[in-house]
Design a protein around this ligand. Structure first.
Ligand code: GDP
Ligand code: MG
Length: 296
């Protein structure tokens, strides 16, 4: 039952795990090389999520320059098992001329919608359609302290219409507290000025309670994150951190950076909402467009 090419036949444990897990959640990370994407993916899996098993890496070349690397783990949150897959996109935006560099990524996202649509239209459709749709795209901004760059604007403008985007400031440990606050504010202004739609979007707040919760998130994006794959001893506890000459930056300590906010948003508080928005808004938009096309 190797439906997605991600699970090898021999990886029986992984497969059984997924069946038991009952659902999939797929996150994509995008940003230029060296911004700490791969490190953050490791951080996400190493941080306080309970990992049950791991399926092998899966690689695919989606254009001349952009590759896809995906890693899946079965994780358990509050007694609920799921398969969390993170798709890394090395090569994005690394060319001298980055014109149309978002194209392979747009294509990949749409292909997953197409796959799902085909399954839905299938007469003898599967009881449960394998879900490879990208539920969230985490976009890495370099911590320059300046403004959104043209490539950031172009990417997020295009992708904001087909997927939920969560922008983050990469390697935020390179900014002072003041710089961080100022940069975050500038980015929020830049997003608004360019009409960029990022998650969570106001239009989709369902009630007053959700609005209050989401307003707080909207006021604090982009999250300023720090990643690491090392653990250190702090007061007798093992913590994920970056050791510098002047101390340890604790990645999961909200006094140090906002990684924990990002993780909580993605795999705790907003996981179901991200899945709902993907299905009800982004996929639905794709589906309607495709069905109109074929009726024309
Ligand atoms: P990628 O090319 O986006 O996948 O970036 P990598 O994860 O390979 O990281 C590139 C380099 O930046 C490595 O040397 C990492 O150790 C370092 N790095 C990753 N995350 C951080 C961070 O949050 N802060 C700092 N200062 N360095 C980081
Ligand atoms: Mg990488």
């Amino acid at each position: 039952p190797n439906t997605q090419g991600i699970i090898k036949g021999s990886d029986l444990f992984g497969y059984v795990g997924i069946e038991a897990a009952g659902f999939e959640f797929n996150i994509m990370v995008v940003g230029q090389s060296g911004l700490g994407k791969s490190t953050l993916v490791n951080t996400l899996f190493k941080s306080k999520v309970s990992r049950k098993s791991c399926t092998p890496n899966y690689e695919e070349k989606i254009s001349k320059t952009v590759h896809l690397q995906s890693v899946s783990h079965i994780i358990e949150e509050k007694g609920v098992k799921m398969r969390l897959t993170v798709i890394d996109t090395p090569g994005f935006g690394d060319q001298i001329n980055n014109e149309n560099c978002w194209e392979p990524i747009v294509k990949y996202i749409n292909e997953q919608y197409e796959k799902y649509l085909k399954e839905e239209l299938h007469v003898n459709r599967k009881r449960r359609i394998p879900d490879t749709r990208v539920h969230c795209c985490v976009y890495f901004l370099p911590a320059t302290g300046h403004w959104l760059r043209p490539i950031d604007v172009e990417f997020m403008k295009r992708l904001g219409n087909i997927v939920s985007i969560v922008p983050v400031i990469a390697k935020a440990d390179t900014l002072t507290m003041e710089e961080r606050l100022e940069f975050k504010q500038r980015i929020r202004q830049g997003l608004q000025a360019n009409g960029i739609r990022v998650y969570p979007q106001k239009e989709y707040d369902e009630d007053a309670e959700e609005r209050i919760l989401n307003d707080r998130i909207r006021e604090s994006i982009p999250f300023a994150v720090v990643g690491t794959d090392k653990e250190h001893q702090v007061n007798g506890n093992k913590v994920l951190g970056r050791k510098t000459k002047w101390g340890i930056i604790e990645v999961e300590n909200v006094a140090h950076c906002e990684f924990a906010h990002l993780r909580d948003l993605l795999i705790r508080s907003h996981l179901q909402d991200l899945k709902d928005v993907t299905h009800n808004i982004h996929y639905e938009t794709y589906r309607v467009r495709r069905l109109n096309e074929s009726n024309a």
